[in-house]
Design a protein around this ligand. Structure first.
Ligand code: IPD
Ligand code: CA
Ligand code: CA
Length: 265
């Protein structure tokens, strides 16, 4: 693909979609639920994904779209160029707070993450990365992440779900030990923003047991460009077409977190 052109188009469309959402942020929302009463989706999620699918297919007919709301293709592998789209990441924040949500787009070619964009819509902050060319925040280069800070001086983003004993996915005791070791934890409610905040150095890691590829695709590209490490919770390579656990941290603490704290069930 012509990376420069694709990147420019993706950036233009993300900013356009963001402006559309911002202009309508106070309009009444049409809210539905998906898998359970707390799994929300709005007309805005759907309209935004439809907008991207239309732009992508109209401009790049051979590219495929892998989107959360189903306006793209039935993607089972990452052959060729695939745009992995989360039109609104943090829908619960969108509904309850009208802020703290993001548009997230990762563009992969033959399975390799080449371009990542995460747009914090209400703050008008755009995180971008092109593989091999570094990452930026609103056009300013993001520096490489520190490799010195130890785990006990680190702040992680972590959802309290993983501390509940009955959870199906991880040994909650290991996660509780991690919380005790860390300096502190945060929960932002948007996986894409949590990746972006690790890349920006605001937090040192993000650990979660269940994300879909569109939650991760852009963040992985951006974080890896500043020297971060992104794997599944057992340290294995992420499968970008399946739901997975995720451990995304600065370089020097990644192995320790996997080896000493995350015990997948
Ligand atoms: C969700 C958010 C949330 C994460 C969930 C995701 P959505 O995405 O990223 O922070 O904990 O696992 O599903 O549904 O708002 O796009
Ligand atoms: Ca999401
Ligand atoms: Ca979403």
């Amino acid at each position: 693909m012509d990376k420069e052109k694709v990147f420019q188009d993706a950036k233009d469309w993300v900013l356009e979609a963001g402006e559309y959402i911002r202009d309508r942020i106070n309009e009444p929302l049409h809210i539905e639920t998906k898998s359970n009463p707390d799994d929300l989706v709005t007309q805005m999620d759907q309209d935004t994904e439809e907008f991207f699918a239309g732009k992508i297919k109209g401009t790049y007919p051979s590219h495929r779209v892998f989107g959360e709301e189903g306006f793209g293709d039935d993607v089972k592998d990452l052959e060729g160029v695939v745009w992995i789209v989360d039109p609104i990441d943090g829908t619960m924040n969108f509904v309850h707070q009208q802020k703290n949500f993001a548009i997230s787009i990762g563009i992969y070619e033959d399975g390799v993450g080449e371009i990542g964009l995460i747009y914090n819509v209400m703050d008008d902050v755009l995180y971008t990365a092109v593989k091999g060319e570094g990452a930026q925040r609103n056009g300013e280069v993001l520096p490489e992440l520190s490799k010195d800070r130890p785990l006990h001086r680190s702040i992680f983003s972590l959802n309290t779900t993983w501390l509940i004993e009955e959870n199906r996915l991880v040994d909650s005791k290991g996660i509780a030990d991690l919380v005790k070791t860390l300096r502190s934890t945060r929960s932002y409610g948007s996986a894409a923003l949590e990746f972006a905040f690790v890349a920006e150095g605001l937090i040192d890691g993000y650990v979660t047991m269940s994300l879909m590829p569109w939650d991760v695709a852009a963040g992985k590209v951006i974080l890896e460009e500043v020297g971060g490490i992104v794997t599944a919770g057992d340290g294995s390579r992420l499968d970008m077409v399946k739901r997975s656990s995720v451990c995304a941290t600065r370089d020097n603490i990644h192995e320790e977190v996997i080896a000493d704290y995350i015990r997948l069930k």
